[in-house]
Design a binder for this molecule. Structure first.
Ligand SMILES: NC(=O)c1ccc[n+]([C@@H]2O[C@H](COP(=O)([O-])OP(=O)(O)OC[C@H]3O[C@@H](n4cnc5c(N)ncnc54)[C@H](O)[C@@H]3O)[C@@H](O)[C@H]2O)c1
Ligand SMILES: N[C@H](CO)Cc1c[nH]c[nH+]1
Ligand SMILES: [Zn+2]
Length: 429
C-alpha cells in the first residue's frame, strides 16, 4: 500500500486522495443511461434481455412467489436460521427505538405546531447479488420498512445462475413477510422501480446499496423521475484511525473485510505510528495470502493507501475530509476523539469493535453513504422510510396574536392575497 506523510500533503494532494469512484469520463453514466432508456421504452422485455446479458441467465418469469421462496428457503439449516434470527432481533430492537412521537409546541399562545410520521407508501428495496449475495442487506432494508409501516414493498435482486435467488435471501423474505422477489439486478432494476414496468410497480423511494452501475442509476433517476432515493451507497469502504495502542492484526483484518467486497472498494489506514503502520501492512499481506476472495481484495488493497500523521487530531482531520462510510477508531483513546468526528457513516470504537459486527448483527444499519457522501447523508434508518408532516392549529386568540405579523410580512412581499387570508378570519361572520 502506498504510504504518505500527512505533513507532506498539499490541499490538492488531499483532495485527490479522498476522491473515489468518480467516473471522470462518464463511462458508467453512458452505460447506465442506455439501460434506463431501454427499460423505460421496453419494460419487462428489457429486464429479460439484461438478465441474459449481464447475469447470464434466461428467465421464463421475472419474479419468485411465496411458494417458490418457501421451496428455495427449505435448504436453510436450523443453525443458520438461528443466526439470521439473532441479527433480525438486534436490528429490529435498534430500529424500533427510532420511532418516536414528537411533542406539540405552542410557538405563540393559541398557535400550536407539531410533526407526525407517515410511512412512505411504496418503497423499492435493492438487494445486491453480483460479487456476493447479501441477505444481510435484505434485513437492513426490510426491517425498517416494516417498522415504518410501508404499504407496498417491492424487492429486486439479481438472478443467480439457476434463475433464482439464494436460499438465505428467500428465507429473509419469509422472515419479513415479503412474498415476492423480482429477479432484476443492476441499473435495470433501479430503472424498473423508478419508471415501473408491466410487472414492477413504480415506487416512491428506492433503497439499497450496489455497485457503481446501481449507484449511478439511483443518482440519475432521482433527478429524472418523482422517485426519491435513500442515498448514494456504492462500493464499500473503511478508514481506520490507529495509534500505538492498536493491534496490527486487527487493523489488517478490518481493512480486508471491506476490501473483499469488490475490486472498487477502498480500505484506508491513517496512523500516528510508523511502526504500527508497517506492521499492519505486513499483516495485510499475510492475511491476504489465505483469503478465499484474495483476488478481489488484492485489487481493492492496491487501490488503497496509508497516511501517517503526527497526532490523532491530524488523523481525524484527514478522516473528516475523506468522510468514510465506516470509521474505525483503533485506539484505546477513542473517547478523547469522538467529539471531533464531523463526517462518517458509521463509527466503530476501540480495538475490540469489529466493523463486521455492524455489517451483520449488532443492530445498526449497514446501508451507508460512500464516496464522501457521508458529508451530507446519514445511513438508512426508520426515518428514511417515513415522511415527517408538519401540522398546525390556530385558535381565535392565536389568530389575534400571530395574524398582524403574518399580514405585515405578506404586505412587505407584495402578496396581498396572503394578507387577506388572515384578515377575513378576524371577523368570521
Ligand atoms: N454502501 C453500502 O451501504 C453497501 C452495503 C452493502 C454492499 N455494498 C456494495 O454493494 C456492491 C454490490 O455490488 P455487486 O456487483 O456485488 O452487486 P450488485 O447487485 O450491486 O450488481 C450486480 C449487477 O450489476 C450489473 N452489472 C454488472 N456488470 C455490469 C456492466 N458491465 N454493465 C452494466 N451492468 C452491470 C448486473 O446487472 C448485475 O446484476 C459492492 O460494491 C459492495 O461493496 C455497499
Ligand atoms: N460492509 C457492507 C457495507 O458497506 C455491508 C455488508 C454486507 N455483508 C457484509 N458486509
Ligand atoms: Zn461488509
Amino acid at each position: 500500500m502506498k504510504t504518505y506523510n500527512y505533513s507532506d500533503l498539499t490541499k490538492q494532494d488531499i483532495a485527490q486522495l479522498v476522491q473515489r469512484n468518480v467516473d471522470p469520463a462518464n463511462e458508467i453514466r453512458a452505460i447506465v443511461e442506455e439501460v434506463i432508456s431501454n427499460v423505460q421504452q421496453h419494460g419487462d422485455r428489457a429486464l429479460y434481455d439484461y438478465a441474459n446479458r449481464f447475469d447470464m441467465v434466461v428467465l421464463d418469469k421475472l419474479y419468485l412467489d411465496k411458494e417458490e421462496l418457501e421451496e428455495i428457503a427449505a435448504t436453510v439449516l436450523p443453525e443458520q436460521k438461528v443466526v439470521l434470527d439473532i441479527a433480525y432481533q438486534n436490528i429490529y430492537k435498534f430500529h424500533q427505538s427510532q420511532l418516536k412521537t414528537e411533542d406539540k409546541v405552542e410557538t405563540t399562545p393559541g398557535v400550536t405546531c407539531w410533526r407526525e410520521l407517515r410511512p412512505i407508501e411504496k418503497v423499492g428495496l435493492y438487494i445486491p447479488g453480483g460479487s456476493a449475495v447479501l441477505p444481510s442487506t435484505f434485513l437492513m432494508l426490510g426491517i425498517p420498512a416494516k417498522i415504518a409501516g410501508c404499504h407496498e414493498i417491492i424487492v429486486c435482486s439479481p438472478p443467480q445462475k439457476n434463475g433464482k435467488v439464494n436460499a438465505f435471501v428467500a428465507h429473509v423474505a419469509l422472515m419479513l413477510g415479503i412474498d415476492r422477489i423480482f429477479l432484476a439486478g443492476g441499473s435495470q432494476a433501479i430503472a424498473a422501480m423508478a419508471y415501473g414496468t408491466e410487472s414492477i410497480t413504480k415506487v416512491d423511494k428506492i433503497f439499497g446499496p450496489g455497485n457503481q452501475f446501481v449507484t449511478k442509476a439511483k443518482t440519475i433517476i432521482q433527478s429524472t423521475t418523482t422517485t426519491a432515493i435513500d442515498m448514494p451507497a456504492g462500493p464499500s469502504e473503511v478508514l481506520v484511525i490507529a495509534d500505538e495502542t492498536a493491534n496490527p492484526r486487527f487493523i489488517a483484518a478490518d481493512l480486508l473485510a471491506q476490501a473483499e467486497h469488490g475490486i472498487d472498494s477502498q480500505a484506508v489506514l491513517v496512523c500516528t505510528s510508523n511502526e504500527i503502520a508497517a506492521a499492519a501492512e505486513e499483516e495485510v499481506e499475510k492475511q491476504l495470502a489465505v483469503l478465499p476472495r484474495a483476488e478481489i481484495a488484492r485489487h481493492a488493497i492496491d487501490n488503497s493507501y496509508i497516511v501517517v500523521t503526527r497526532s490523532l487530531g491530524e488523523a481525524m482531520n484527514f478522516s473528516n475530509q475523506y468522510a468514510p462510510e465506516h470509521l474505525i477508531l483503533a485506539t484505546e483513546k477513542w473517547q478523547e476523539i469522538t467529539g471531533s468526528i464531523i463526517n462518517a457513516g458509521s463509527v466503530f470504537l476501540g480495538n475490540l469493535t469489529p466493523e463486521s459486527a455492524g455489517d451483520y448483527a449488532s443492530g445498526t444499519n449497514h446501508t451507508l453513504p460512500t464516496s464522501s457522501y457521508a458529508k451530507a447523508y446519514s445511513g438508512v434508518s426508520v426515518d428514511s422510510f417515513v415522511k415527517k408532516i408538519t401540522f398546525q392549529h390556530i385558535t381565535a386568540d392565536g389568530l389575534q396574536n400571530i395574524g398582524p405579523a403574518v399580514q405585515t410580512l405578506a404586505e412587505l412581499e407584495g402578496l396581498h392575497a396572503h394578507a387577506n387570508a388572515v384578515g377575513v378570519r378576524y371577523n368570521p361572520s
